[in-house]
Design a protein around this ligand. Structure first.
Ligand code: SF4
Length: 410
C-alpha cells in the first residue's frame, strides 16, 4: 500500500555518515536533534534533560562546549547518555579539541566563528583520527564578513559558498565525514539555501530554521521551512530551534516526521473536526481533554474527536478510533464502525479505555467485542438528530428559494 512518504518527492540521494551509531543520509530514517539548555558542566541536570529529549523523540542531542568545565562535563555525560552527543564549538579551537578528548560522537563547527584555516584543519584532522563526523553549521546571522561583502549579504549562494570553503579546508587533511547545514531565521532564505546546497553537495543535510522564536510562531516557521524541504526530498536530519523547553523541539521534530510518514508512528495522532453549527458538544473542550488524557500514553494510533454523530464517524472513518457526540451521548467507533454508545460525561474516559485496549488487543478483537446494540442505538440517535435539524443543517432549500426570489426580482 502506498504510504504518505511515497506521495512526497523521492528522497535525494546523499552519502551516509554515522554519528555514534545513528546513521544520517544514504537512505537512513530522517533523525531528530535537539540541544540542551543546561550548563554542560552540570552533569546531572544535563543528563536529566538529555533523557527527557530522548523520550520525546530526539535521536541525537547537542550540548554546548564553551569552557573547560563543559568539556569535563561532556566526558562524564557521553558514557551515560541514551543517545549520541554532539558538541557545539563556538569560537575556540581548544574547545573543539577538548570535546574530542571528552569522547563526543560529533562536532558542530560554525565557519563564521572558527575562521583560521590552520585551526579548522587541526580540528578536522583530529576528528578524522577519532572517526568523529563534523557538521559544517553555516548560519546566515554569523556568516564570514568576507562572504557577506562578496555576495552583498547572506544570500543562498553565500551560505553555500561558506560550506564549500570549509569542505575545501577539510579536504586538505583528507577529511570528508561531514554533514552540512545552511540555516537562516528567514524561512524563504533557508529553503532557497538548502535547495542550492542539495544541488551542490552530496553530503547529508541537517535542516533547521534558526532563531525561530517561541511557539506557536517558532513551530510554524520551523514546520514551514523543514516541512517544505522534506516534502521535496531534501534533508537527512532536522532540528526545530524554539525559544522554549527543548523537549518541545524534540516532540515537534518527531511529530513532523511522523506526520509526513518519514518515521513510524510511535505517538498519538489526535485529529478533531473544526466544529460547526451541527456540533452537539464543545469539540474544543473534548479534544483538549482527550489530548491531556492520552498524550503521555505512547499509543501509536490515530484518534478522532468529532462534534456530531451525523457526519463524524463517516468523516473520520480512516481513524483507528474515534468518538462522535450526539444527543448527550458519545458514539465510539473503530475504523468507522460503531462499537459502543456512552454518556456524554463518559466520552473521554471511554475513549482512553478503548484506545488502550485497541493497542493491546488489536482492531479485529475490539470489533468482535463491540456492543451488538451499538449500531442500532447510534442509528436511532442519528435519525432523531436529522429529524430535529434536518439532513440539511444550513436549510439550503429555503435559502435557494430566497436567492431565486431576490434574483428574479432584479
Ligand atoms: S463532524 Fe459534525 S460537527 Fe464536526 S465539522 Fe463535521 S458536521 Fe460539523
Amino acid at each position: 500500500m502506498e504510504t504518505s512518504a511515497d506521495l512526497l518527492y523521492p528522497r535525494r540521494p546523499t552519502r551516509q555518515i554515522n554519528v555514534g551509531g545513528v546513521l544520517i543520509g544514504g537512505g537512513a530514517p530522517v533523525s531528530v536533534q535537539s540541544m540542551t539548555t543546561t550548563k554542560t558542566a552540570d552533569v546531572e541536570g544535563t543528563l536529566q534533560q538529555i533523557y527527557a529529549l530522548a523520550a520525546a523523540g530526539a535521536d541525537l542531542v547537542r550540548c554546548t562546549c564553551n569552557e573547560v568545565a563543559a568539556a569535563e562535563g561532556l566526558a562524564q555525560i557521553v558514557p551515560r547518555s541514551p543517545v549520541p552527543i554532539v558538541a557545539d564549538i563556538h569560537f575556540h579551537v581548544e574547545m573543539a579539541l577538548a570535546a574530542l578528548e571528552a569522547g563526543v560522537h560529533g562536532l558542530r563547527l560554525n565557519p563564521g566563528n572558527l575562521r583560521k584555516p590552520s585551526e579548522i584543519k587541526l580540528v578536522a584532522s583530529e576528528a578524522k583520527d577519532r572517526g568523529v563526523p563534523i557538521r559544517i553549521g553555516v548560519n546566515a546571522g554569523s556568516l564570514h564578513p568576507d562572504l557577506y561583502e562578496r555576495f552583498g549579504g547572506a544570500t543562498p549562494e553565500a551560505l553555500v559558498e561558506s560550506a564549500r570553503q570549509e569542505l575545501a579546508y577539510f579536504a586538505e587533511v583528507d577529511f570528508d565525514d561531514v554533514k552540512i547545514s545552511v540555516k537562516a531565521s528567514s524561512v524563504a532564505l533557508m529553503i532557497a539555501a538548502y535547495r542550492l546546497a542539495s544541488e551542490t553537495f552530496d553530503h547529508p543535510l541537517h535542516l533547521g530554521v534558526t532563531e525561530a522564536g517561541p511557539p506557536p510562531g517558532g513551530l510554524i516557521k520551523g514546520s514551514a521551512g523543514i516541512g517544505t524541504l522534506l516534502a521535496e526530498g531534501i534533508g537527512d536530519t532536522i532540528r526545530y530551534s524554539l525559544t522554549a523547553d527543548p523537549v518541545e523541539e524534540a516532540r515537534a521534530g518527531r511529530q513532523l516526521l511522523e506526520t509526513l510518514g518519514l518515521r513510524e508512528r510511535r505517538g498519538l495522532d489526535l485529529i478533531a473536526c473544526p466544529s460547526c453549527g451541527r456540533a452537539e458538544v464543545d469539540v474544543i473542550a473534548v479534544a483538549n481533554a482527550a489530548q491531556a488524557a492520552l498524550e503521555h500514553r505512547q499509543l501509536p494510533i490515530q484518534i478522532a474527536v468529532m462534534g456530531c454523530v451525523v457526519n463524524g464517524p463517516g468523516e473520520a472513518r480512516d481513524a483507528d478510533l474515534g468518538i462522535a457526540a450526539g444527543r448527550r451521548r458519545g458514539h465510539l467507533f473503530i475504523k468507522g464502525k460503531i462499537v459502543r454508545v456512552v454518556r456524554e460525561d463518559e466520552m473521554v474516559e471511554a475513549l482512553v479505555e478503548e484506545a488502550e485496549r485497541l493497542v493491546a488487543e488489536g482492531v479485529e478483537a475490539r470489533l468482535a467485542a463491540a456492543d451488538p446494540n451499538a449500531e442500532a442505538e447510534a442509528e436511532a440517535d442519528r435519525a432523531l438528530l436529522l429529524d430535529a435539524k434536518g439532513a440539511d443543517a444550513n436549510q439550503a432549500n429555503v435559502r435557494i428559494e430566497a436567492i431565486h426570489r431576490r434574483t428574479d426580482a432584479t
